[in-house]
Design a protein around this ligand. Structure first.
Ligand SMILES: Cc1ncc(COP(=O)(O)O)c(C=O)c1O
Length: 358
């Protein structure tokens, strides 16, 4: 069966190897006579899968013992609320960097729960970007500083993270596991799985245990990080199948090597940006220094041409290139599992389309 080049922003392309393993094992998992979908989350088969996913993530990013690795539900969107519920105490202020649509949602939610200082705001700027460290107007003694490591819609990404006195909290939904980084720079990291990690339905949380312990007893049980730390994310029924696929995907990342995947990601994005820059027909929408390696965004001279581009690319087997409905334009989401051959195909198509329409 032929696979198309899938440029979807999320849910997104997954490694074929992981999909094939899931397919092979779907009916009879590990000679147990039942599917992983049918196993109890309290049984030894699922427990092994669950713990493998955690161990793989710990090994890939060198996650230290003082951090918990959690599999939660409610997506990254629930983390917009859970982070302040757990980490923002009465009378405290949290600093938020507003770099785009996703950061804005995090700000909006935090404002419902406590005092927020917007430390920098470039959410509405075009070309899109993330702020420089020197622009941040931070609050002395803030509870934490929140940023969005990669704005999936705008195609803007932090290349290095700011050094902050308070713990750094990051929404890494769309670039988690695309590059090595030092987990110790952060107090809390969260990422909806449906880009680099696995299927929708699970949100990965990495949290420093001492920070999680500070949450008020008034935070509802299910919304408290400490609950899930104490129970190894098995307080209630976890999203078993999604966690299982994370185990398969992280196995693949371990085999490929995260530094190798990162190199490949930079190369893939670099080729696309080079094609955009080589033409006056195409126009990149993010400031060059902030261009995302995961979501490449650009425009054509008119919306009619953009529509035609998306339609013809789709007919040629390149799916999901339409930009987010809130901003229009084109977006190529090229996560870890997106094959380099798909970049060459898109660059070839871009040249041909320009020749015919430029
Ligand atoms: C950066 C970022 N944050 C948050 C979200 C929301 O994630 P979820 O749909 O898992 O709630 C997304 C979804 O695309 C995202 O890209």
């Amino acid at each position: 069966m032929a696979r198309v080049f899938n440029f979807n922003a999320g849910p997104a392309v997954l490694p074929v190897e992981a999909l094939e393993s899931a397919q092979k094992e779907l009916v009879d998992f590990n000679h147990s006579g039942m599917s992983i979908l049918e196993h109890s989350h309290r049984g030894k088969e699922y427990e092994a899968v669950h713990n493998e996913a955690i161990a793989n993530l710990r090994s890939l990013l060198g996650i230290p013992e003082e951090y918990a690795v959690l599999f939660l539900q409610g997506g990254a969107s629930l983390q917009f609320a859970m982070a302040p519920m757990n980490l923002l105490g009465p009378g405290q202020t949290a600093d938020y960097v507003n770099s785009g649509a996703w950061a804005s949602k995090a700000v909006k939610e935090a404002k419902l729960l406590g005092k927020v200082n917007v430390a920098a705001d470039c959410a509405k700027e075009i070309p899109t970007r993330v702020p420089c460290e020197s622009e941040l107007k931070l609050t002395p003694g803030a509870a934490y500083v929140h940023l969005t490591s990669n704005e999936t819609i705008a195609g803007a990404q932090w290349k290095t993270f700011p050094q902050t006195q308070p713990p750094l909290v990051a929404d890494m939904s769309s670039d988690f596991m695309s590059r090595p980084f030092d987990v110790r720079q952060f107090g809390l990291i969260y990422a909806g799985a449906q880009k680099n990690l696995g299927p929708a339905g699970v949100c990965l949380v990495i949290v420093r245990k001492d920070l999680a312990a500070r949450a008020s007893e008034k935070v509802p049980t299910m919304l408290r990080y400490a609950t899930h730390i104490d129970e190894n994310s098995l307080y209630n029924t976890p999203p078993c199948f999604s966690v299982y696929v994370i185990a398969l995907v992280t196995r693949w990342v371990l085999k490929m090597g995260l530094p190798n995947l990162y190199r490949q990601n930079v190369e893939k994005a670099g080729k696309l940006y080079a094609a955009i820059d080589a033409s006056s027909f195409y126009r990149g929408t993010a400031v060059k220094e902030c261009r995302s390696d995961m979501n490449v965004t650009w425009r054509l001279p008119s919306e009619e041409l953009e529509d035609a581009f998306v339609k013809e690319a789709s007919q040629a087997g390149m799916k999901g290139l339409k930009g987010h409905r809130s901003v229009g334009g084109l977006r190529a989401s090229i996560y870890n599992a997106f094959p380099p051959a798909g970049i060459d195909a898109l660059v070839g198509f871009m040249k041909d389309f320009e020749k015919r329409n430029g």
